[in-house]
Design a protein. Structure first.
Length: 198
């Protein structure tokens, strides 16, 4: 029994990993259960042994992939040469992140689609996003008041998500690099205490 339970969990993780990559690469609506299960090396019928519906899968993928993205952002902050917000912005708005949407931040890849999902999925997204914003806020200048910190974290993350989306969308490599560089400057400017909202 113990083996079966462990195997079931392993299979479930395979489905979640495959779904996270496919959703970010092809969009939620662009991924069917049959093709997803085939890519994971499983049968379509086996899907319902793990998830009651595609919506349930989407909720779990949103939650787990946002936590994973937050962990990567936190690791980038800790490993960065200068640390803090500079390291986060450099990591998030990098050519590597731009070029690997299937392994990148779920916010940049799926926010517009998540806005059209069910209330339960949007609730999960909101909870995980709030944690990501808190992480960003924790690395902003100490001179900021709590409300300013929260507002700046929102503006910085929104700016980074938009920058990454634009950099991925254009077909001109030089322009894409310019967009990333401009986005890095803009995000860091937003972090400065002199720009604090009242």
């Amino acid at each position: 029994m113990r083996y079966d339970k462990g195997r079931k969990e392993e299979t479930r993780e395979r489905i979640l990993d495959a779904a996270a990559m496919r959703f970010r690469r092809d969009g939620i609506d662009g991924v069917g259960v049959a093709s997803l299960m085939s890519e994971a090396g499983l049968t379509q019928g086996g899907f319902y042994n793990h998830f009651e519906s595609k919506d349930a899968l989407v909720r779990e993928v949103v939650a787990s992939s946002l936590r994973e993205s937050r962990n990567r952002m936190d690791a980038a902050i800790e490993a960065g040469k200068h640390g803090g917000i500079e390291a986060l912005v450099a990591f998030y708005l990098s050519a590597t992140h731009r070029d690997h949407a299937d392994r990148g931040c779920t916010c940049a890849a799926l926010t517009m689609e998540i806005a059209r999902t069910d209330a339960a999925t949007r609730r999960v997204f909101t909870e995980e996003l709030t944690e990501s914003l808190a992480l960003i806020g924790a690395h902003l200048p100490s001179a900021l008041k709590p409300k300013q910190r929260r507002q700046k974290a929102q503006a910085i993350f929104a700016s980074m998500i938009g920058t990454l989306a634009l950099a991925r969308a254009v077909d001109d490599a030089a322009l894409s690099d310019e967009i990333l560089a401009g986005g890095r400057r803009a995000a860091l400017a937003l972090a400065q205490p002199s720009e604090a909202a009242a």
